[in-house]
Design a protein around this ligand. Structure first.
Ligand SMILES: [Zn+2]
Ligand SMILES: [Zn+2]
Length: 489
């Protein structure tokens, strides 16, 4: 499994499994370290049976009964290891605080984690030793040898799957969901979401049926552009579905005629359940990149052509300058105004469809946009006027806190427009067009002039620069207004 499999389905599954196991590397190494230093006591060492008894009782009370002697004995070392005490067991002596309730919780947390790693390890590598200690050693060793995939490898891998292969991979992923262990559920969900977002055709109808049968409606992008019959089934579930919020979001993501008609109907005649929603029903559509216009017709707020912004590079290597500070002062915070993106040196052909008349240079304040949308009016000659905010920002700009500019390259080969829908789908979400990656709830700004939801233009992921957050640029083509927002986790 660790090697490169020839079958694309098992290869994709294997590189994701490798990623998952490797995320536990630190915990596994700690166990190896403790064993090699003889810190893990034997179950019949003096004083240990009493400690084990206490721990067993605590675990039963916590609904996590455990019989494995190695896990229990290792759990006893957790409080000492967390405090850097050598040997760790010493911290449990009566004159050092004893095995207090807090320390029992620490032991429990460690055991819970190791049970999780073992469950995952055994799921992916059924040939693992049945002895817990040996299995942990094998997994720790595997971590050093497993491949290190990146989205540059898995994105094309998912895109190339045909329907039969997509079904095979989905069946494996759903097997993880059915296993019930939290980390396996998250693992299976991640694979399904990437299948749904990266493959042109998304998930197949039979996979969607399997998900509906399990009442799985989250993440809602699993239902992206699904078949008309799946969309109709979601519509039919609305009155007795498990969670109406999730159901409406899933329906929005079908982006289907059935969804359009349903949301049009709910807009004309608000259903009784609409009162219990956080926002009017039609606003659920935004998360899937569309909305209803004043006449009730479908309007996309994203471009379905999407191109990655690679890099970043500190030197002038790339055709898009990002986050460049200007010498002009922001009227709200007194810091420098900035240009989030300068696309004027890129291939004009990439600005087509809804982006044809989008601004090529996005003026903003990189500081103020962290506290609310910044609006400017853009002109055909590349210049722009400041619109908002004008009132003083209560969070003052501090010198030295400016963002460094960087250079990125706008790649000419497109990526799937919904590639950024999942939080960790890509290791760098910077892109022109497509759907934004939201770190919080989706929030398309309304144009400051006309009040309509603005169209998404581009996104800058600060992560690859070792910083937090994402900047998003939007525009309203009718009013020639650009807007910049920011989100972080
Ligand atoms: Zn400002
Ligand atoms: Zn407008």
């Amino acid at each position: 499994m660790a090697g490169r499999a020839t079958n694309p389905v098992s290869h994709l599954f294997a590189i994701h499994a490798a990623d998952e196991i490797r995320s536990y590397a630190g915990r596994l190494t700690a166990v190896v370290h403790a064993v090699e230093n003889n810190w893990v006591p034997a179950h019949d060492d003096p004083g240990v049976p009493e400690l084990l008894n206490t721990l067993r009782q605590f675990l039963i009370g916590a609904g996590l009964p455990e019989d494995n002697l190695f896990l229990l004995c290792y759990g006893l070392t957790a409080p000492g290891m967390q405090r850097g005490i050598v040997p760790p067991l010493m911290v449990l002596e009566e004159n050092r605080g004893g095995f207090s309730a807090r320390r029992q919780r620490e032991a429990e947390a460690q055991i819970r984690q190791l049970r999780g790693v073992l469950a995952i390890g055994r799921f992916f590598f059924p040939q693992l030793d049945s002895d817990a200690q040996k299995a942990i050693f094998e997994l720790a060793d595997l971590c050093n040898r497993l491949p290190r995939p990146s989205s540059a490898e898995w994105l094309p891998g998912f895109r190339q799957l045909n329907d039969v292969q997509a079904n095979q991979l989905a069946v494996e992923a759903i097997r993880c969901l059915d296993a019930g262990e939290k980390s396996l559920v998250e693992f299976g969900t991640r694979i399904l979401q990437r299948l749904a977002c990266f493959r042109d055709a998304g998930l197949t109808e039979s996979t969607c049926d399997d998900l509906i049968a399990r009442k799985i409606f989250w993440p809602s992008s699993l239902y992206r552009d699904t078949s008309a019959s799946v969309a109709r089934r979601l519509v039919d579930l609305r009155d007795h579905g498990p969670d109406r919020n999730l159901l409406l979001l899933a329906l929005a993501w079908t982006r289907s005629e059935a969804a359009l008609r349903a949301f049009q109907g709910w807009t004309e005649h608000a259903p009784p359940w609409a009162k219990s929603l956080y926002v009017p029903p039609q606003q659920y559509l935004l998360s899937a990149g569309w909305c209803l216009d004043e006449a009730g017709n479908r309007r996309d707020v994203i471009s379905l052509d999407c191109f990655r912004l690679t890099g970043p590079s500190g030197v002038s290597d790339g055709n898009v300058v990002c986050r460049r500070s200007l010498s002009e002062e922001c009227p709200s915070c007194g810091g420098p105004k900035g240009v989030l993106f300068d696309f004027t040196q890129t291939n004009e052909d990439l600005f087509s469809g809804p982006l044809a008349e989008a601004p090529r240079r996005i003026l903003c304040c990189l500081h103020c946009s962290c506290y609310g949308p910044v609006f400017t009016r853009y002109h055909p000659d590349g210049t722009a006027d400041w619109l908002s905010p004008l009132e003083p920002n209560e969070f003052a700009y501090e010198d030295g806190h400016s963002r460094e500019h960087c250079y990125r390259t706008l790649e000419a080969s497109p990526i799937p427009p919904f590639a950024c829908a999942g939080l960790d789908n890509l290791d760098d979400a910077s892109a022109l067009g497509g759907i934004p990656m939201w770190l919080q709830d989706d929030e398309f700004p309304r144009c400051i002039d006309c009040g309509r939801f603005m169209t998404f233009l581009a996104q800058h992921d600060n992560g690859p620069l070792g910083e937090e957050g994402l900047y998003n640029a939007f525009f309203c083509v009718e009013c020639r207004v650009a807007g910049v927002t920011y989100q972080q986790t």
